[in-house]
Design a protein around this ligand. Structure first.
Ligand SMILES: Cc1ncc(COP(=O)(O)O)c(C=O)c1O
Length: 443
């Protein structure tokens, strides 16, 4: 599928990020001072290269910006965007909570040292045993449906305790994003409708002796570039919070506005930044707190892409090259198995030839993967330098929804990942799969 951003990538030239991503005199691309073609030679390709410095900086920037608006703030990292233990550990050290959506992600968050009370459990079809584990560990459960509310009640009753809950609501918000990323429109599979079952869900929960009703949760979608949609969602949510106080006497501790702040890809011309997102959310919450005489809630957010996206690049090697319809096709050693969202047209990544940064971009190229389906194309019609076998391409800003979506299609072992630490060392954080891994668990 063609992404709507392909033209923008060609039209807006790459700008070096000083100290982070820049070429040396010999035309090699460096990240945090480390030579990327050299890393590709040492570790093989495809290879994910993470920057610990960027990851920590992204978190600290977000914390600093949102804290200017919210005295009480919890940032829950959406583990679905990247559940590598090294990434989870780094963000846990920075103070992040974890947002998980399965027993598997829950397990990884615990392994990374996140305490149960700092885990938020999301998802639209949680299993009874997963709910039980979350209740036992004191995690906050974002209940997705009336059916799940009954399950939580039963599980907590069985354990003779109280479950901490929020309820995920659907406010019928349509942000201007691709359909697959919109999660709070009418008919969505997530949450309970604000103008439907939400009120009775809160009434039931508040009357249950086995639930502590702590919050409300909304996640309107991903890769959102316009902060006004958070204001629309916030308005609907806070009006409902006002009703909860007036009619049921419920005062909520947490208002969770979810994630979705777009990755600031360098070819986007006018994406809203974190300042705009924080200020939009703040202005509506503050005005509604006043209007309904509420206690100021703790703001929770669940960013994934906006924290992890810009902190990695993916290196791939050029194999065969051919001419087709007046343009070049360069075949790489990774495709939809490594950067799935690029082949879906959901994310568009800038690609640089990491060993020829000093050469002019004079050819138009499709960058295709090695997989056996026609849609295995990572970029179309890209202006690139003259590519040859063994050149190393670096796809930029690939830290989110990549390693967590890798697959073994066509019997291809998944890529390795390294992290450049703050002190400049390179650490292997996920080894490349072996052929043995491909048959593990099979008879
Ligand atoms: C409930 C929930 N919270 C947070 C996120 C993270 O979104 P993003 O990575 O766009 O910030 C998602 C993504 O699907 C989600 O479903």
């Amino acid at each position: 599928m063609n992404s709507i951003y392909e033209e923008a990538v060609n039209a807006i030239p790459f700008k070096a990020r000083r100290g982070r991503l820049e070429a040396d005199g010999s035309g090699n691309l460096h990240m945090d001072g480390v030579d990327l073609p050299e890393l590709a030679r040492q570790y093989g390709t495809p290879l994910f290269v993470f920057s610990e410095r960027s990851l920590r900086a992204n978190y600290r920037d977000m914390r600093r910006i949102f804290s200017r608006y919210f005295e009480k703030l919890e940032i829950c990292f959406a583990c679905k965007s990247n559940s590598l233990l090294a990434v989870l550990r780094t963000l846990r050290e920075e103070g992040a909570w974890a947002d998980v959506v399965s027993g598997g992600e829950y397990y990884k968050a615990l392994k990374a040292g996140v305490p149960g009370e700092r885990i938020v459990f999301n998802g639209n079809n949680k299993k009874r045993e997963e709910l039980k584990q979350a209740i036992e560990n004191g995690s906050l459960i974002n209940v997705d449906s009336i059916a799940e509310l009954y399950m939580v009640h039963e599980a907590a009753e069985g354990l003779g305790t109280k479950a901490k809950i929020s309820i995920r609501v659907n406010g019928d918000i349509s942000p201007d994003i691709i359909a697959e990323f919109a999660t709070a429109q009418k008919g969505s599979k997530f949450g309970v409708d604000l103008d439907g079952e939400a009120f009775s869900a809160y009434r039931y929960a508040s009357q249950s002796p086995h639930m502590e009703v702590l919050g409300i949760h909304s996640h309107i979608g991903s890769q959102i570039e316009d902060s006004r949609y958070y204001r629309h969602a916030g308005e609907r949510i806070m009006d409902f919070v006002g009703v909860l106080k007036k009619e049921l006497g419920i005062e909520l501790t947490y208002v969770n506005m979810g994630g979705g702040f777009g990755i600031p890809f360098d070819y986007l011309t006018q994406p809203d930044g974190l300042e705009a997102f924080a200020s939009s959310i703040h202005s509506i919450i503050q005005s509604k707190v006043k209007e309904y005489g509420l206690k100021t809630p703790v703001l929770m957010i669940e960013p994934g892409a906006s924290l992890a996206g810009t902190c990695a690049v993916t290196l791939m090697k050029v194999g065969t090259v051919k001419q087709r319809e007046g343009k070049k096709l360069a075949a790489l050693d990774g495709g939809g198995d490594t950067l799935l969202r690029a082949t879906q047209g959901w994310y568009t990544y800038r690609a640089l030839c990491a060993n020829k940064m000093d050469q002019p971009e004079e050819e138009i190229c499709d960058l295709v993967g090695p997989l056996c389906y026609e849609g295995d194309v990572l970029a179309r019609g890209r202006r690139m330098c003259v590519l040859k076998e063994n050149d190393i391409l670096a796809f930029l800003d690939t830290g989110a929804y990549t390693t967590s979506l890798m697959n073994n299609y066509n019997g291809r072992p998944t890529a390795a990942a390294v992290m450049i630490t703050e002190s400049g060392d390179v650490k292997l954080i996920k080894r490349r799969q072996s052929l043995e891994d491909l048959i593990s668990g099979e008879e």
